[in-house]
Design a protein around this ligand. Structure first.
Ligand code: C2E
Ligand code: CA
Ligand code: CA
Length: 401
């Protein structure tokens, strides 16, 4: 109800040359409580209205129109520094829609969706919620000013701690593995995400210290998790920056730590982001091969987003492939994303690799990734990354469910 009231104040412009589309959208918007809906059959007229200063928070744009196509409308909106959001609609191929969305994004226009016609009320609701979530002022504290000194202090005093996110088998819904995700528990900034400090740690040569600290803190906690009844064969995944692969004794260091905590190397997987893989090829291959020989799993993270995924699959004996969440969360509406998952799975199966679907947020994402033969599910649908004690609690609840 609260959201419905929020929708009431929206100013929407629909640009489409089809009267039927006007009627349908007006009907759907009315059902959602939106009152101010303007329609334009001509791209030229619509652009004039924006140029003349009429204010719209949302513009729906058809791609093919007789006097001015959607791509040109977007170009003009960008010229007039339109600061609302757009939804692209078309009967065209999804890839044409996606490319148009990417072009609009490059012109600094906020695209809520590129959707084949007809748009259903469910999708429209989802897009309006997205519009409000994104525009609700909820600005996180800026972390741009994190200093190296502060970072060093945080690492030295274990203020950067492991959070845990579960991975479930699609077939049984049983907990198979946990991924360790670093969080900085900061006295004034709150929980700081790795996006704000991993790059700084890499640039300043502090990433090995972060990695070591994650292993040191996570392995005893993981030991505790695997002692919970029924979880003796739990696996753990830890992210490894490619910069750490230059340390030639890394396999021995990690092996020593595992032994110290009585954890079998076979239960530890190291996740590597492919876009940053391989800077110093010889030492990287040396390290990765010896990690494999010691029994550690190797996972290619964010698969499909880098530039040389296939080349790296050929060179490195990966045991696991993680389909990036941008494809998983999109696949129910986007044929291209679905095809990328399908071919990633088929490639992985041929190479005897396990497939993890990342970013499973909805039941529809779960069903699709399961049907596409992914092995493990990770994502907000199952659980967000949790601090250790909360995760122990989560396991208890999940096991009794
Ligand atoms: P990643 O390895 O790809 O980790 C998955 C990211 O997706 C995590 O973000 C996780 O919180 C998020 N995620 C999981 N499920 C969902 C979902 O359903 N929806 C959405 N929207 N997001 C989901 P996080 O924790 O912010 O980590 C970001 C990246 O930082 C990680 O991406 C990883 O590359 C890096 N990172 C995290 N911890 C470490 C670490 O200890 N060492 C290194 N080198 N990198 C780390
Ligand atoms: Ca990862
Ligand atoms: Ca990933």
């Amino acid at each position: 109800m609260a959201l419905k009231n929020q929708f009431e104040t929206l100013n929407v412009l629909v640009i489409d040359d089809d009267d039927f589309v006007h009627d349908m959208l007006i009907h759907e918007f009315n059902q959602l409580g939106v009152k101010n809906i303007q329609v334009e059959a001509s791209g030229v007229n619509a652009v004039k209205r924006v140029q003349n200063g009429e204010c719209f928070e949302l513009i729906i744009i058809d791609l093919i129109m007789p006097d001015m196509d959607g791509v040109e409308v977007l170009r003009h909106l960008s010229e007039y520094q339109f600061n609302g959001a757009v939804i692209l609609l078309s009967g065209q191929d999804q890839r044409v829609l996606d490319t148009t969305a990417a072009l609009a994004g490059a012109q600094h226009i906020r695209v809520l969706g590129a959707i084949p016609k007809p748009i259903t009320i469910d999708i429209l609701t989802q897009k309006l919620n997205q519009l409000f979530e994104e525009t609700t002022p909820n600005i996180p504290p800026s972390n741009d000013d994190i200093s190296l000194e502060e970072l060093k202090d945080a690492i030295a005093n274990d203020k950067i701690v492991p959070f845990y996110q579960p991975q479930l088998a699609f077939s049984t819904k049983r907990l198979k593995s946990v991924e360790v995700l670093a969080r900085w528990v900061h006295p004034t900034r709150g929980i700081v995400s790795p996006a704000s400090f991993i790059a700084l740690a890499e640039e300043t040569g502090m990433i090995d210290a972060v990695t070591r600290s994650m292993f040191r803190q996570a392995l005893p906690q993981f030991k505790e998790l695997s002692s919970i009844h029924g979880h003796s064969d739990l696996h753990i995944s830890i992210n490894l920056s490619t910069d750490s692969l230059c340390a030639i004794d890394l396999p021995e260091q990690i092996e020593d730590l595992a032994k110290m905590h009585g954890i079998c190397c076979n239960n530890i997987t190291l996740e590597l982001t492919e876009s940053r893989l391989i800077q110093n090829l010889v030492s990287t291959l040396d390290v990765l091969l010896r990690l494999r020989l010691k029994g550690f799993g190797l996972s290619i993270d964010d698969f499909g987003t880098g530039y040389s995924s296939f080349e790296q699959l050929k060179k490195i004996p990966f045991t696991e492939l993680k389909v990036d969440r941008q494809f998983v969360s999109d696949a129910t509406n986007n044929k291209t994303s679905k095809a990328i998952i399908e071919s990633s799975v088929s490639l992985a199966k041929t190479l005897n690799m396990q497939v993890v679907a990342e970013g499973v947020e909805t039941n529809a994402d779960w069903e699709l990734a399961k049907n596409l033969q992914c092995d493990l599910a990770q994502g907000y649908l199952v659980s967000k990354p949790l601090p250790f004690r909360d995760f122990v609690h989560w396991i208890d609840e999940h096991t009794t469910r």
